[in-house]
Design a protein around this ligand. Structure first.
Ligand code: 1HE
Length: 269
């Protein structure tokens, strides 16, 4: 039985974790399905929204499978490398990915959410890295991806204490970009994510590709190499077929202006 559901809404792909009875814990089979999905995205898909069934986005590593398999060091190394491959395809696949979060986003669930480019969270969302309390260590990219979002210092503190980070702190620290289902933003996280996806799908394809593939890669480079790569990327994006018409919209005063107070989910609609 599949642990994922997928659908398309126009040019938006929606991938849903569908093991709510196990709080969407990630077993080997689910990681394989995530890898397969992100390896075979249809060419008309412009943005992917990742959601989860039930009250919790993801409870992390399937601890029962991990317990039952009594993995050796080499076994678990292979598991971790499979997670890295799958999550790399999310982060570096060239298509913007929006994660839509609720309830527990813990351990490997936080690593999965950290691979997405935008995180939209229901107000019920909370985050934790309980690996220390389970006697294991992060193996799905937290030391790289989550550490880049929160800082290495903060994930050390979270892993040592196993504490729960609430939505207000997570929003302030940039782990959740948007918080939904609040008096100020009463829309549901999924609706908000879909509206953002529609907005992002209207960007130039090459611009989106450059944004999601190059910025994280450039962060791995020296400043000199990064500036060189940035120039190359900009030159490639400049060859996009719709660059001139988009610039012409601005020059002829038909393009929307960049103004404070504008809701980005409404721009261009
Ligand atoms: C699970 C898992 C799981 C739930 N693996 N089966 N992750 C954790 O340490 C988080 C562990 N889970 C929890 O703390 C809680 O389950 C939740 C806070 C997420 C949800 O609580 P609740 O009360 O809604 O559900 P529950 O009753 O605890 O769990 C419902 C079922 O899901 C139950 O199974 P059942 O057969 O008894 O009904 C649970 O056993 C099952 N379940 N979480 C397996 N994680 C590559 S390295 C990554 C390292 C990590 O991810 S470490 C973090 C592990």
């Amino acid at each position: 039985m599949s642990s994922l559901k997928t659908r398309e809404v126009g040019n938006i792909g929606v991938i849903t974790l569908a093991r709510a009875n196990k709080r969407n814990a990630l077993d080997d089979a689910t990681i394989r399905e995530i890898d397969d999905y992100f390896s075979n995205v249809s060419s008309h898909i412009r943005v992917i929204v990742m959601t989860a069934e039930g009250d919790h986005f993801c409870a992390g590593l399937d601890l029962k499978e991990h317990h039952d398999q009594e993995r050796s060091a080499l076994d678990f190394w292979r598991v971790c490398r499979a997670w890295h491959r799958a999550f790399d395809k999310i982060q570096h696949g060239g298509i913007p990915v929006i994660a839509c979060l609720q309830g527990a986003v813990v351990g490997g669930g936080l690593e999965l959410a950290s691979a997405a480019h935008i995180r939209v969270a229901d107000v019920s969302t909370y985050f934790s890295l309980p690996e220390g309390t389970r006697g294991i260590f992060t193996g799905g990219g937290a030391t790289v991806r989550t550490a880049r979002i929160l800082s290495a210092d903060r994930i050390i503190e979270m892993m040592l204490t196993g504490r729960v980070m609430g939505i207000e702190e997570a929003h302030r620290l940039g782990l959740a970009h948007y918080v939904c289902n609040t008096p100020e933003n009463p829309i549901s996280a999924e609706e908000y994510a879909m509206t953002l996806a529609e907005r992002i799908a209207q960007n130039a394809y090459l611009s989106n590709y450059a944004i999601v593939t190059s910025i994280n890669k450039i962060a791995d480079m020296s400043a000199t190499d990064g500036l060189f790569a940035e120039g190359l990327m900009a030159a490639v994006v400049q060859t996009g077929h719709d660059v001139q018409s988009r610039l012409n919209d601005f020059v002829t005063k038909r393009a929307p202006k960049v103004k404070p107070g504008e809701d980005t989910t409404k721009q261009g609609s």
